[in-house]
Design a protein around this ligand. Structure first.
Ligand SMILES: [Zn+2]
Length: 131
């Protein structure tokens, strides 16, 4: 928790107990939670935390570049503490979102997109785990 408080302070975010709990949950998450997932998790310890506080804190963490958002499935924004470039694999049978290391997938041809300057891209794969 101390490190979470330090991270919040370093980024100019006042560390209230609710914000610490939200940041602790989402910055250690490996599951790509939605805002409602975070709300559900944080409510277990802080039953009075409001949806707005969770949303505002998540957006604050995004604006400080501690989190990234991805729209990987229609209508659901997920939060990702893994802010370096990487790809995603969505397991269609469970809905789980797995990180794929950047170097594991090769994308080519972005140089041939005349008239476009590419700043960012990622590969989103869907399938299932092999048995
Ligand atoms: Zn990810």
């Amino acid at each position: 928790v101390n490190t979470i408080i330090e991270i919040l302070r370093e980024h100019g975010i006042p560390a209230t107990p609710q914000r610490i709990a939200i940041a602790e949950y989402v910055l250690s998450a490996r599951t790509h939670p939605s805002a409602d997932d975070a709300w559900t998790a944080v409510k277990k310890k802080h039953p009075t935390v409001s949806r707005a506080t969770v949303y505002n804190t998540l957006n604050l963490l995004v604006s400080k570049r501690l989190l990234k958002t991805h729209l990987l499935q229609e209508g659901i924004t997920v939060f990702d503490p893994h802010v370096d470039h990487h790809h995603h694999f969505i397991d269609e049978s469970t809905g789980e979102i797995h990180d794929i290391e950047w170097d594991a997938i090769k994308v080519s041809g972005e140089d041939s997109l005349h008239g476009f300057e590419v700043h960012e891209y990622q590969v989103v794969m869907r399938g299932r785990k092999k048995k």
